[in-house]
Structures are given as structure tokens and as C-alpha cells.
Design a protein around this ligand. Structure first.
Ligand code: 5GP
Ligand code: MN
Length: 321
């Protein structure tokens, strides 16, 4: 058994009250990993709380009965023996509300698949896999945990979303083998695809159109920038979580190597999502601005006006083309 897995199992054994946290703007890998792990820890008789961002988002509502995931602001002042951060590439990624709560816990564990993770916990299991869900599955197997249909759905959703439904370059033979195992256990492939990819509110649908309208191409059409601000999101009747996969529209343009989506946090602070297709290392680009992620998918946060942020990102991105 891997050293970190043994350490995690020992830490869990000695803990009764466990907090599981994920990153802001939580995605399928974040929720799926939190729930698959949390459900097993509850089965082991632990008191478990999970929290990430604003809590469960509509797209992942099919998991609402699996475990409660509260918004960071709704997490009660409680004492925990152990906190486990999943899919979270850096401590600040849990968000400004959870960060102090995370930091004050007596024992911290990170389970993550971002190679830019600096190892900010007491026990850090960081390994390059398609999704954190792959690591959680390995951990559950080492714990001899029963894999229920709910667990299989949560883990399948985790792996499916981070591999773009098994089409990104991070989809390895092992990824597909694990997914096949989850399907044979009962993961509901069609339901999950329907919920995650083939269903959205009218507001989210309109936001797609509005965001596509903002796309501009630079540098021989190899760099695409698009944006989404609150006025657009509200005007469309959408919610911020509906921005999750907007960047794919820019990435999918045939000439584009680097795609960027600039999202308003407030009028002087913007979140940038980065994607590349064949060669550009956007983790390095994000890292230049204090962010991180993977080679082909990364993110960072910048201060300034929308125009300033776009200008800075564009200048640095051009160096990678
Ligand atoms: P997304 O664009 O979908 O929010 O994020 C793409 C990838 O980059 C994800 O794996 C995400 O965890 C990572 N990422 C996004 N923003 C940041 C950031 O500010 N810092 C770090 N270290 N990673 C980030
Ligand atoms: Mn992930």
C-alpha cells in the first residue's frame, strides 16, 4: 500500500469528526470525490461535514441525497479532528471563507491530482491522474469499502467531468478500466450524461449565446478570449455556476490553441480559466499569475479592470504560441 494511503487510513481511524472541503466553483470531480469519500467515512461511523463554494450546484443535484454539502458561509463553527481537502490545488483555492477554517484544523490531508499542488497539508497525496475521483476510488478499495451504486455514480461523475466525458488527453487506459468497473457496479452512465451534459436551464442556455458573442481571436486566431460578467449572467437569468463549461466554446474553435475565459469576481478582480489544445502549457501561464492547474486546463485570479486583465493575459499567452 502507498505510504500516503496508509497515513490517510490511520488518520481517519484516529478521528471522529471529519470535515471534507473542496475548491471554489466546485465541479463534478470536486463534488463526486467529496461525496464518495464522505459517504464511506459516514458508513465507518464518523461524523462528516462537507463544504465547497456555494454548496451543491444544479448540475450535480442528482447527488443531493448522497450527502449534504453546505456553502462555505453556512458551515457551523464546529471543532473537527481532521480536515481533508480534495481536488484542491492550493490552500487559497478553498476560498476566503473556508481558508481560515481549513488552516485551524489540528490535522490536514490533501488528496489531489494537480501537479502544481505545493503540498499544503500535513499529509499530501498528490498524484497525476485524470481526476481526484481516481485517487478516491483507490483509497476506498484500500479501505475495503463497499462500493455502492451511489459511490459508483459519484466517482464516475468525477472522472467523466474531468476527462470531458472521456475525450481529453488525460483519459488513460487505467481511467477507462476504472470507469468500466464503476459501470459494472451500477454507475448510471446515461442518467449521468443526461444530467451533466445534456440538460441546462433556459438562463444557462442564453448565457452560452451571450458568452459566445464576446469571443475575440488574437495572434493568428490561435488565442481566444471570452468573458462573462454579472450583468450578463443576471441579464440571461443564469447563475455563476452556469459558467462552468463556457470556455469550451472558445477552445473548440478550429484555429485556437489557447482559450481564456475571464469571469468577474468583482469590478477589480477577475478569475481566468485557461485551456490549451496541443502544446501550450497553461499551468505555467496560470502559475505566472499565482494560479495553477494542469498542462491543458488551468486557472488564476488577477486584479485590475476587465480590460487590464485581458491585456495582461494576452501578452503572456502570446509567449507560449
Ligand atoms: P477551471 O478553469 O475549470 O476553473 O479550472 C481548470 C483547472 O485549473 C482545474 O483543475 C482547477 O482546479 C485549476 N485551477 C483553476 N483556478 C486555479 C487557481 O487559481 N489556482 C490553482 N492552483 N489552480 C486552479
Ligand atoms: Mn479535478
Amino acid at each position: 500500500m502507498k505510504k500516503q494511503i496508509q497515513q490517510i487510513i490511520d488518520a481517519v481511524k484516529e478521528s471522529q469528526r471529519i470535515l471534507i472541503v473542496g475548491h471554489v466553483s466546485p465541479d463534478g470531480d470536486c463534488f463526486g470525490s467529496m461525496f464518495a469519500l464522505g459517504m464511506e467515512l459516514e458508513r465507518q461511523g464518523k461524523y462528516v461535514r462537507t463544504s465547497a463554494g456555494e454548496g451543491l450546484t444544479d448540475k450535480y443535484n442528482f447527488m443531493r441525497d448522497y450527502l449534504n454539502c453546505c456553502a462555505a458561509k453556512d458551515l457551523d463553527e464546529e471543532e473537527f479532528d481532521l480536515v481533508i481537502a480534495v481536488d484542491t490545488a492550493d490552500d487559497y483555492r478553498v476560498g476566503s471563507i473556508l481558508e481560515p477554517i481549513f488552516k485551524k484544523q489540528p490535522l490536514k490531508i490533501s488528496i489531489d491530482h494537480h501537479m502544481t499542488n505545493p503540498g499544503f497539508s500535513d499529509i499530501n497525496w498528490v498524484e497525476e491522474r485524470s481526476a481526484t475521483g481516481e485517487l478516491i476510488y483507490e483509497l476506498l478499495k484500500e479501505m475495503d469499502a463497499p462500493i455502492t451504486v451511489r459511490t459508483a455514480n459519484a466517482l464516475y461523475a468525477a472522472i467523466m467531468t474531468d476527462t470531458g466525458n472521456f475525450i481529453y488527453s488525460n483519459t488513460t487506459p487505467e481511467t477507462l478500466r476504472l470507469a468500466a468497473e464503476l459501470v459494472s457496479i451500477g454507475a448510471e452512465v446515461q442518467m449521468l450524461a443526461e444530467e451533466i451534459y445534456n440538460k441546462r436551464s433556459l438562463g444557462a442556455t442564453k448565457l452560452m449565446g451571450a458568452a459566445i458573442d464576446t469571443i475575440k481571436l488574437y495572434h493568428d486566431e490561435k488565442i481566444a478570449i471570452m468573458y462573462a460578467d454579472y450583468a450578463m449572467i443576471e441579464g440571461c437569468g443564469a447563475v455563476p455556476a452556469d459558467c462552468e463549461s463556457l470556455i469550451n466554446f472558445a477552445r473548440e474553435i478550429d484555429t485556437v490553441e489557447i482559450a481564456m475565459l475571464v469571469r468577474e469576481i468583482n469590478k477589480t478582480r477577475y478569475k481566468v480559466s485557461l485551456r490549451s489544445k496541443k502544446y501550450a502549457d497553461v499551468a505555467q501561464l496560470a502559475g505566472f499569475f499565482g494560479g495553477g492547474g494542469h498542462h491543458f486546463a488551468a486557472g488564476c485570479t488577477l486584479d485590475g479592470t476587465m480590460e487590464e486583465v485581458m491585456e495582461k493575459m494576452l501578452m503572456k499567452a502570446e509567449e507560449l504560441i
